[in-house]
Design a protein around this ligand. Structure first.
Ligand code: IMP
Ligand code: MG
Length: 178
């Protein structure tokens, strides 16, 4: 199906599952060569990154850990939103090589706040792996280490990403119709 409805909005097919998985394999190869000896801790940012995290770690054939966090932002508009609190991080990240797994970097505010917060716990290193990256929307100096697919500044849904809580289950990624 190339056009779908999620709640009140129409979306059209943008990235197929096979394109997404091909991109994830490429990123997995880079991660394998960079981090094979590092026993990295992958931190999956829920809810959006759950499918990405699952498909990525299945490609890795070296010792690593995976954990899951949720973020709570300050009230306010999205661009003012700063990460206030991290929920669920029970793992000790001091001296660990951390890789954040995110669904999408849009303005970069979420990632900026998350890195600021995690840095206080003195990890050995922090890398960013994001499924999608909207360089045109970026407002802060965030440089993801691993990007599966760069996309234009359009709202997308599917493969973990939601619109009003819906659409996360879709296996392809869809772009909002004008
Ligand atoms: P940022 O703080 O502006 O970079 O936004 C990051 C968060 O906004 C992501 O983790 C998503 O939850 C959400 N987001 C940004 N763009 C999209 C989109 O196109 N579709 C779904 N969620 C999005
Ligand atoms: Mg998110």
């Amino acid at each position: 199906m190339t056009e779908i409805w999620v709640r009140d909005k129409k979306f059209s097919l943008f990235l197929s599952e096979s394109e997404i998985l091909k991109g994830i394999k490429n990123v997995a190869e880079k991660i394998k060569s960079d981090l094979r000896e590092e026993d990295p801790l992958f931190i999956c940012v829920l809810n959006g990154a759950f499918m990405f995290a699952s498909d990525l770690v299945k490609q890795l054939d070296f010792p690593c850990e995976l954990c899951f966090i949720r973020l709570k932002s300050y009230e306010g508009t999205k661009t003012e939103g700063k990460v206030k609190e991290i929920y669920g991080l029970v793992e000790e990240i001091k001296n660990r090589n951390v890789v954040i797994l995110e669904d999408i970097i849009d303005t970069g505010h979420t990632m900026y706040g998350l890195i600021e917060n995690l840095s206080k716990q003195s990890p050995a290193s922090i890398r960013i792996a994001t499924l999608l990256f909207k360089p045109e929307a970026l407002q802060l100096a965030i440089k993801p280490d691993y990007v599966v697919i760069e996309i234009p500044n359009d709202f997308v849904v599917g493969y973990g990403l939601d619109y009003e809580g819906h659409g996360r289950n879709l296996r392809n990624i869809y772009k909002i119709c004008d």
